[in-house]
Ligand binder design. Sequence first.
Ligand SMILES: [Zn+2]
Ligand SMILES: [Zn+2]
Length: 146
Amino acid sequence: MALTKKGRYWYGSGPDDTRAELLRYSKANACPATRFAESVCACGHRAFRLETDEDAGAARRTCLTCGTVQLMGDSAEFADEAEFGGHECVCAAESFELLSGVALYSDSSDVRWYYLGCRCTACNLVGVFADWKCEAGDAEAFLAAV
Ligand SMILES: [Zn+2]
Ligand SMILES: [Zn+2]
């Protein structure tokens, strides 16, 4: 499937489309994402409510099936000072599939920038809903916790 644009927004049908939009966004930010990971709850489901604080550098997802809450990546370090705000799609839904992407420092596996890509499970809108400069260290460990 390919991304299609309606008005200001892009729509897709799965994680590949979210990744394509995340790549486009990160290139425009002059800090291209090179590694990616989908969020999957321990219960196996992939639809989440998402809350973030870009200033604090923290994101929190809540599984819409089982209610499990997880602080994403290294967010636990910053959650105390974070003021989480919920994300709502332009269609008013609050259910998203999440794809995280990170940019790395050159010649390193250390995270430099974090991008949080979303696909609305109601209308298929895809977009980067949050991103921030992130000094999280090893990308593999970071992405294992999204
Ligand atoms: Zn769950
Ligand atoms: Zn939507």
